[in-house]
Design a protein around this ligand. Structure first.
Ligand SMILES: [Mg+2]
Length: 232
């Protein structure tokens, strides 16, 4: 369907998501993290060690530099470069967690010998789900533990459902972004059971989890990238 044929690249036309779309996602994510760096750090100051905003901002700046130096030829290359950079450059738990998520997404979309220039929305949903599973495994976290998973898992479910229901990619990603934001807000009354915040026990109640908050920003950036690239 779609409102028009859109541009030749990105999320327009026949629903193929190319390297330009994934670069646009990472650029949007980097911009949003930079704008909200202080809020993320304040959230982390309340229940962690006050470095989440600065860590992620530095990591995503490095991701942009990497993508500029070596423009990716495929969605998988863009995601794997981002993942490797975050694992290498971001301290604390969030670098390895986000890095593994992006790397797992890239691996899921990898075409083996020949890089695949674009992927379908259904493949994106499948890769996103695999990325969330990677975070669950590495962080040993489940829904309700007051972590990134509380934003990422509902976003993944919303995306998969929307794609299966045949919604166009922008609408599907908008629903995923809404689910992530709702999921992040839902961490406020939770007691942390993973990560540094878990040391606080009941005292973590009443604060939004910084990892869930940054996850919501990153998923929202995905929806923004779809609008941006489809608009040419
Ligand atoms: Mg921290």
């Amino acid at each position: 369907m779609g409102a028009g044929t859109g541009a030749g690249t990105g999320a327009g036309g026949g629903g193929g998501l190319d390297a330009a779309f994934f670069v646009a996602w990472l650029e949007e994510a980097a911009g949003e993290i930079a704008r909200q760096r202080d809020r993320l750090t304040e959230l982390d100051a309340a229940i962690g060690d006050a470095d989440h905003g600065t860590n992620l901002d530095r990591g995503f700046s490095e991701v942009l530099r990497t993508l500029r130096e070596t423009p990716p030829a495929s969605p998988a290359q863009a995601l794997m470069a981002a993942g490797a950079t975050l694992i290498r450059r971001v301290g604390g738990a969030s670098g390895p967690l986000y890095g593994s998520a992006f790397r797992q997404m890239g691996k899921t979309l990898d075409g083996g010998e020949a890089p695949r220039p674009s992927v379908t929305p259904a493949e994106l949903a499948e890769a996103f789900s695999a990325g969330v599973v990677a975070v669950e495994r590495l962080g040993k976290a489940a829904a309700g533990d007051k972590t990134m998973i509380d934003a990422l898992a509902p976003a993944s479910r919303a995306l998969s459902h929307a794609v299966r229901d045949g919604l166009e990619v922008r609408e599907a990603l908008t629903r995923a972004a809404r689910a992530a934001a709702d999921g992040a807000r839902a961490t406020v009354p939770m007691t942390a059971r993973r990560g540094r915040a878990s040391y606080l026990g009941e005292r973590s109640v009443g604060h939004e989890d910084p990892g869930a908050a940054s996850s919501a920003l990153i998923v929202t950036a995905l929806a923004t990238a779809a609008s941006r690239t489809a608009a040419g």
